[in-house]
Design a protein. Structure first.
Length: 132
């Protein structure tokens, strides 16, 4: 089931590896009181973007970005930790992590924390990919 979710997002999002050379965009999402700030983030299509995820809460959170199909898989998933996929990040309490992505297609992609109750509490946002 997890493979299906990754396959679905692969068509819309090209995952970049570690930070490489060239001009990169940067953005920061802060987690505080189990909320993402900002809740809407705009990034350019076709360019690497490094997103800094800063968790100011005393509990871990996760940041999953993708299509509705990806989120459907994670709502019923059993993965206790994320870290091998740049669109799926677990951020321990009081920690800052970075992930680098390249979005190939303009559109809107939800980012959500799927830990129990967090999405219902409103821990979600929108990553808007616009033409560069």
């Amino acid at each position: 089931m997890r493979g299906l979710g990754l396959l679905l997002i692969a068509g819309a999002v090209l995952l970049a590896g570690a930070c490489g050379g060239g001009q990169e965009g940067e953005a920061t999402i802060t987690i505080h009181y189990s909320a993402f700030q900002p809740q809407v983030l705009e990034v350019p299509a076709g360019q690497p973007v490094t997103i800094t995820l800063r968790n100011d809460d005393p509990i871990a959170h996760e940041w999953i970005v993708g299509t509705p199909d990806v989120h459907d898989v994670h709502r019923v998933g059993t993965e206790p930790f994320h870290g091998d996929v740049s669109t799926e990040v677990t951020i321990p309490a009081f920690t800052t992590l970075e992930t680098t992505l390249t979005f190939t297609e303009p559109g809107e992609y939800a980012f959500i924390c799927h830990l129990p109750g967090h999405e219902a509490y409103g821990m979600a946002g929108t990553l808007r990919v616009v033409d560069a």
